[in-house]
Design a protein around this ligand. Structure first.
Ligand code: C5P
Length: 238
């Protein structure tokens, strides 16, 4: 497989729409509805476990990019072989929990496939208290910083983090790695269960490369119009 260029070429490429729906039919319908307005889609656990994995190849064959958000963490051999299989599916990006051994295994599995490996430092649903309960002595901020530095040293392609952490993370990882941020809400849209949210323009100003947006597009009355409005906001902020 030829290496994939991971840098966004057009403002539109920076929007990744999360296909967080219950069935392949719903996912295919959303892809049709947004049409040329969206070039990059995220497939996570919900759709994967509902028969969505073959959509990775189908979307790639239609010239779309796919972020397969699997948040891998397992013994080294399993992570390495899992990443090899994800690369063969035709995904552009995937996620690994940013434990050093898992990231090293993922880098071996990536080989020269061109698959982009993103480290998940600390889930944004976890605060310092949750980390303590999990047995960590570090707070979230220092754990994010340590794991970001490890990801860069190991040769990961980028990190998933909150846009609120992006500027700090950028100083640790430098300009060559990607920063991908969820928790985006255009002005006036419902926040849902996201607690720490930013607008598309704020995320771009913080140094984000790719914005993951789910419900503000998928639950919109006009998903295509919602995607176009986000792209316009990204373009204006660049
Ligand atoms: O609907 P919404 O825009 O909140 O969707 C955000 C997407 O990003 C979901 O697929 C969610 O799982 C993902 N995500 C997140 N926060 C993280 C990591 C991933 O919201 N820290």
């Amino acid at each position: 497989m030829s290496p994939v260029d991971l840098a966004p070429r057009h403002p539109r490429d920076r929007l990744i729409v999360a296909l967080d729906v219950r069935s392949v039919e719903e996912a295919e319908a959303l892809v049709e509805t947004v049409g040329d307005s969206v070039s990059f889609f995220k497939i996570g656990m919900q759709l994967s476990f509902a028969g969505g994995l073959p959509m990775v190849r189908r979307l790639a064959d239609r010239g779309k990019r796919v972020f397969l958000d699997m948040k891998l963490l397992d013994i080294d051999n399993t992570v390495e072989k899992g990443v090899e299989s994800i690369a063969a599916l035709g995904a552009t990006l995937t996620t690994i929990h940013a434990y050093p051994q898992a990231m090293e295994a993922a880098v071996r599995g990536r080989g020269d496939s061109g698959l982009g490996l993103l480290g998940v430092t600390v889930l944004t649903s976890m605060d310092d208290n949750d980390l303590k309960k999990t047995g960590y002595s570090q707070n979230a901020e220092s754990l994010v910083e340590n794991r970001a530095a490890a990801a860069a040293a190991i040769g990961m392609n980028g990190l998933v983090c909150s846009a609120l952490e992006a500027a700090r993370v950028r100083t640790i990882i430098g300009s060559d790695m990607l920063i991908v941020t969820p928790g985006i809400r255009p002005e006036g849209s419902a926040t849902g269960d996201q607690k720490r949210i930013v607008t598309p323009a704020e995320a771009i100003s913080a140094g984000t490369d790719y914005l993951v947006v789910g419900r503000p597009v998928s639950q919109a009355e006009d998903p295509r119009g919602a995607a176009d409005a986000i792209v316009a906001e990204i373009e204006a902020a660049l």
